[in-house]
Design a protein around this ligand. Structure first.
Ligand SMILES: [Zn+2]
Length: 412
């Protein structure tokens, strides 16, 4: 019975190619940039989505706007659209975000970033993939169910959040704090990341630890090193010492790719202008991505012990601080209902065996997981987000909507 219903919905979705192009074009023309990144917020773009859903006859629309005096209208809009199912004990949530990142240097785009450009199956423009792919998939999913007049098995809730790109304070964090809309039995999917073939269901993230190392010696002329202390040499030794972290924390977890904690020296600040000056200070950074089971405090203590050894050996001072640290959210169980519902749907629609995986972090799903709700990040996408010439594939939008329909109809 419900497999026939799925076929009807899938047929509808296949007919929405022109609609997908129109929705993408309209949404792209409304830049929704966070005030923190110099924009006005999402009010107009979310209003467009609301008007579209109202035109379908969807009655259960709930606005959960977060106050933000810097934004257009003084709010950051969050919108929930609900389609009731036959079995109301469980809700399939599709959460997409309305905000986009700025386009950067527009001259580096092949066509204007706020004008969607169609080229075969591709649509180019800022935001078309991140996260209008998820938004448009949600919108056409709603249209297919309402036009076909089919009641899904589970409730469907389409959630359009604000403020994903700069911390989610006014988006999912606000929602979770001010009356968490999710129940532990719900199936929560965040279509905001994935693999080009759709094979990755992201269930876990590593902790993020950024560290700034400041090595202080004594500046002198290049010809008289004995009168100073070369901070650059001490820093170089410290960087190689820090490679020891890979041996100190060798644990492996196969759900992650790569399966280990990583400790990479990254940015290095400029020190002296002249070739003939011995630097008195050297500042470099490390980006560490740490498995959830490893203690950040132990990692920091090990880092400190390497700094102390360098300080003693080279008679320098070494300061250490952390411009960013984020504990890993509790992972979603790879055996959780949302994984078990999504995997067969992906296989049915795309013919791909998807598997639960962990990544280096961090996605917006972490905020949901921390609230005790198992959530996954999944979409079929090339991940062209945030770059120039961002694009989305129309078949992925329609295919992802079919996957969601399959889950909601529960035809197994
Ligand atoms: Zn995104």
């Amino acid at each position: 019975m419900s497999i026939e219903q799925f076929e009807k919905i899938a047929g509808r979705l296949d007919g929405y190619r022109d609609l997908v192009v129109k929705l993408q074009t309209d949404l792209t023309a409304i830049p929704a940039i966070s005030p923190k990144s110099g924009g006005k917020g999402e009010r107009r773009k979310t209003a467009y989505v609301r008007t579209f859903l109202e035109s379908l006859g969807i009655e259960d629309l709930e606005s959960r706007d977060a106050p933000d005096p810097e934004a257009d209208g003084g709010v950051r809009p969050n919108l929930i659209a609900r389609i009731p199912g036959r079995d109301p004990s469980r809700t399939l949530w599709i959460m997409s975000h309305v905000d986009v990142v700025p386009p950067g240097d527009e001259s580096k785009w092949s066509s204007p970033p706020w004008e969607a450009r169609l080229d075969g199956d591709r649509i180019y423009g800022r935001g078309v993939e991140d996260n209008q792919q998820g938004m448009v998939a949600s919108m056409i999913l709603a249209k297919a169910f309402t036009e076909e007049g089919i009641t899904p098995h589970w409730n469907i809730a389409l959630l359009f959040v604000a403020d994903e790109e700069v911390g989610s304070t006014f988006g999912i964090q606000y929602l979770v704090k001010e009356g968490n809309p999710f129940s532990p039995d719900d199936l929560v999917v965040v279509p905001d990341g994935g693999e080009p073939d759709g094979s990755m269901i992201e269930v876990a993230e590593k902790a993020i630890l950024w560290t700034r190392f400041r090595v202080i010696g004594k500046m002198t002329h290049g010809s008289t090193p004995e009168r100073g202390i070369n901070a650059s040499r001490a820093a170089a030794h410290l960087i190689t010492f820090l490679d020891g972290l890979y041996e100190d924390f060798p644990e492996k977890q196969d759900v992650f790719d790569p399966p280990i904690s990583t400790f990479e020296p990254t940015k290095r600040e400029p020190n002296v202008e002249n070739v003939n000056t011995v630097p008195g200070e050297d500042v470099f950074f490390m980006d560490a991505r740490i498995l959830p089971s490893t203690s950040l405090d132990e990692v920091k203590a090990k880092m400190r012990s390497y700094c102390d050894r360098i300080a003693e050996r080279f008679k320098v001072e070494v300061e250490m601080d952390h411009p960013m640290q984020e504990e890993a959210a509790p992972p979603t169980d790879p055996e959780s209902p949302v994984v078990h519902a999504l995997a067969p749907a992906i296989e049915h629609v795309y013919g791909v065996k998807a598997r639960p995986m962990g990544i280096g972090g961090g996605t917006v799903a972490a905020y949901i997981r921390r609230s005790g709700i198992p959530a996954v990040v999944w979409a079929r996408m090339d991940e062209t987000l945030h770059g120039f010439d961002e694009y989305v594939l129309i078949p992925n939008i329609i295919g992802d909507a079919k996957v969601f329909a399959f889950v909601a109809l529960k035809p197994w």
